[in-house]
Design a binder for this molecule. Structure first.
Ligand SMILES: [Zn+2]
Length: 270
């Protein structure tokens, strides 16, 4: 009785946390945001500084200027609170096809990405996608979800394990594995799709041709046959992704045409 009552109270507590922490992503999807943005941004800055100190940075000014030109154009169309973030870029001299972001607007692009992107538009597709991960607060969402999954696992383990230390630990391990396999992975796919949707809009608003995003993924898939680019291992591709991007064309092309009418036509060259 006492045990189930404890579980019941904990479930109520979780529900209260969920109800009080609902936020909205740029696509209008409701998100659970439990972590402090400021704390994550501080941690992002710290890690970015560390990366810049330890990774080999590209020295060629033309390459840095090219990536910075595309990045600036994308960041320029970011609105709201995120427009005030201290956006920073590191172009790393590494051949792995990879790009990623840290909370607070810290963008890392490996020079290897440039072997996969044929023009400024395709590079903008990568940068737009990465910037979208930041503005959609995906890091916070993932950290929040992990925190709640841990709480959920603890409570379930206490109930299943009957409160005995060994059994509780055993149940906890089993549930953690299940949580890792079942709960967290599909969620990450959802974020990837959302970053595509938001990213293609950013690139179009910034004056880059949104249709090049599909060309980029086609290129990636072709290369995929021989050696899987690192970017693909964390960014699942395939026909679904391309179809989803094509589905965004009507909105994205409207932004793109509007940008052209307003004279927003970036000319980033390597
Ligand atoms: Zn991504």
């Amino acid at each position: 009785m006492c045990k189930s009552l404890t579980g019941y109270i904990c479930i109520i507590v979780i529900n209260i946390i969920l109800l009080t922490s609902c936020a909205s992503s740029p696509t209008g999807r409701s998100q659970m945001i439990l972590k402090s943005d400021a704390a994550l941004e501080q941690e992002g800055s710290r890690q970015f500084k560390q990366l810049r100190e330890t990774l080999p940075l590209v020295q060629n000014p033309a390459t840095i200027d090219y990536v910075a030109c595309v990045t600036n154009a994308i960041v320029d169309v970011v609105e709201g609170r995120d427009a005030d973030l201290y956006w920073e870029l590191a172009v790393v001299d590494q051949s792995d096809v990879n790009a990623y972001v840290l909370p607070g607007g810290k963008i890392v692009v490996n020079s290897g990405i440039l072997t996969m992107t044929s023009n400024q538009h395709q590079l903008a597709a990568v940068i737009g996608h990465e910037v979208a991960h930041v503005t959609a607060r995906h890091a916070n969402e993932r950290a929040s979800r992990a925190a709640v999954t841990d709480i959920g696992v603890d409570i379930a383990a206490i109930i299943l394990g009957g409160g005995y230390r060994n059994q509780t630990q055993g149940a906890r391990n089993a549930l953690s594995t299940g949580a890792l396999l079942g709960l967290l992975n599909p969620f990450s796919r959802l974020q990837e799709t959302e970053a595509d949707v938001v990213g293609i809009r950013y690139m179009a608003k910034a004056g880059f041709d949104p249709r090049e995003s599909v060309e980029l993924w086609k290129n990636m898939n072709k290369k995929n046959a021989s050696k899987i680019p690192e970017y693909l291992s964390t960014h699942p591709s395939g026909e679904t992704r391309i179809d989803d991007l094509i589905a965004q064309y009507p909105v994205a092309l409207e932004f793109y045409n509007e940008a052209k009418i307003n004279g927003v036509t970036p000319d980033c060259k390597l």
